[in-house]
Design a binder for this molecule. Structure first.
Ligand SMILES: [Ca+2]
Length: 477
């Protein structure tokens, strides 16, 4: 018996008892989300504002939020325990662990709700549409994550260079940063062109397409699907990264850098360029840079997505499914009302609350209705969505961050990655480890690119070959 059948049986018995109760005009909806807590006054103020706005539209709901521990793994664990015990709220935010719940049949297929929606359908980003088509249980209306590089505007001006538009010009910019003494400590050659943290994923965001790494799966010379990580295009990209590192232009310590070490190197002038993971993060970097240099008026410049020997564009976006987002319980007695909450959050009125906070706190309005944001907006964040069709009455992003968002809007390519069946989990982990460790060895110089074939052999032996065989059955000719 599946969890769903078991729960339906117990729900049916509970309903027999409930029939005697008088009909109530107000619907109680239970909602669980990460870091949305009854102890947080801003969270509760937003929930009350949502209830009031929905009531004005004729939907009278009492949204009862459930407090779970914060921190991703603590939240995922606590949510899993709660759901498997049969306690299934009407509206559930997942940040992992959703797939096994979908397999149990307890998550609602959102397709018909979105089809009939007043607001959600128009608010979706293109990758949301693709992900919902592949996996209709989670909705997460945010732009795709696409790290983009920034540099201090005054540094670019001091170098007298235009923003780079090709991979060669990027290399020249990194070299110029390195050779100058932009941090003014009296020593030339002690500033990196570029730093990063953990792995090279951020760099791949703009360099994959430039070197012809068009997606997760690519056809080899024989017309067979292979993982792009073992292709010549990937090899050319890693050669570029390794050359940058060898010349002191890219940070060889990237593997051990944490995100705050990466940021610190940027603020203190030990590195000239870093990637910001989103437009909002780029604005946070700008704010922290100004804090680190009081009295100076520093702004950041967004650097373009370069062309290279293989093309140009932001890296392809995985559309196999949302990795996080909102679900509705298929067992809910109030699916329509639950979806109405999500639909409202995607609307202009819902976004005004979710993105801007409250008049008198996060913003003020003058007699003409013009909105001015206060300092409190800097710590406000959306609890639900970032609708593609919503624009703030006054810009929320700096021109630099807005330019990053415009790039994301203009440059979307769907990847051909798919969800792996559970029996491939060990292969996926093993090949990822082999890839990351060899990339680190190539970049630090511990291994030379003449050892590429050894990497490919190890990758294939670790599960790459088995994965490619499966991919060929999924992707077809
Ligand atoms: Ca220096």
């Amino acid at each position: 018996m599946t969890l769903k059948k078991l729960l339906l049986a117990t729900t049916a018995m509970a309903m027999v008892g409930a029939l005697a109760a008088p009909a109530m005009a107000q619907t109680t909806l239970r909602l669980v989300s990460k870091d949305l807590l009854t102890t947080n006054p801003d969270d509760m103020k937003e929930i009350e504002a949502i209830e009031a706005a929905l009531k004005a539209q004729g939907t009278d709901v009492d949204i009862q939020t459930i407090d779970l521990p914060g921190g991703t793994s603590a939240y995922v664990d606590a949510l899993g325990v709660m759901l498997l015990s049969g306690d299934i709220p009407d509206i559930i935010y997942f940040q992992g662990g959703d797939q096994k719940m979908a397999e149990q049949g307890i998550l609602e297929d959102l397709t018909p709700h979105i089809e009939a929606s007043q607001h959600v359908k128009a608010a979706l980003w293109p990758h949301n549409v693709d992900r919902l088509a592949n996996y209709p249980y989670l909705i997460y209306i945010y732009p795709p994550r696409a790290p983009q590089p920034v540099i201090r505007t005054d540094w670019l001006e001091k170098l007298g260079l235009q923003a780079p538009t090709t991979v060669e010009e990027y290399e020249a910019l990194f070299q110029a940063i390195h050779d100058a003494d932009l941090d003014g400590d009296g020593t030339a050659g002690n500033t990196l062109g570029l730093t990063g943290f953990g792995n090279t994923g951020e760099l791949d965001s703009i360099f994959n397409q430039a070197f012809g790494v068009t997606g997760t799966w690519m056809k080899n010379a024989d017309g067979q699907w292979v993982n792009s990580r073992v292709t010549d295009a990937e090899k050319a990209k890693i050669e570029f990264y390794a050359r940058l590192a060898e010349k002191g232009l890219f940070d060889k310590e990237y593997v051990t850098n944490t995100f705050d070490v990466k940021e610190d190197k940027f603020y203190t002038g030990k590195a000239g360029v870093v990637f910001g993971s989103s437009p909002e993060v780029i604005d946070i970097y700008a704010g922290k840079m100004r804090q680190a240099h009081p009295g100076e008026d520093i702004s950041l410049t967004l650097l373009p997505v370069p062309s290279g020997p293989g093309g140009q564009g932001l890296a392809a976006v995985d559309v196999s499914k949302e990795s996080r987002g909102w679900a509705i319980s298929s067992l809910s007695e109030h699916k329509e009302e639950a979806f109405k909450v999500l639909d409202f959050m995607a609307s202009k009125e819902g976004q005004d609350i979710d993105r801007m906070g409250f008049e008198g706190t996060q913003y003020t309005k003058d007699a003409s209705g013009a909105v001015t944001f206060t300092d409190a907006i800097s710590t406000w964040y959306a609890r639900f969505f970032n609708s593609a069709n919503w624009t703030p009455p006054t810009p929320l992003l700096s021109p630099t961050a807005q330019a990053a968002l415009d790039t994301i809007k203009a440059d979307f390519t769907a990847d051909n990655a798919f969800v792996w069946p559970a029996e491939f989990a060990a292969d996926v982990d093993a090949t990822e480890q082999v890839y990351r460790s060899w990339v680190a060895k190539f970049i630090t110089g511990e291994a030379g690119l003449d050892q590429w074939d050894a990497f490919v052999a190890e990758y294939n032996a670790a599960g790459g070959e088995r994965m490619a065989e499966h991919a060929r059955t999924v992707l077809g000719e």
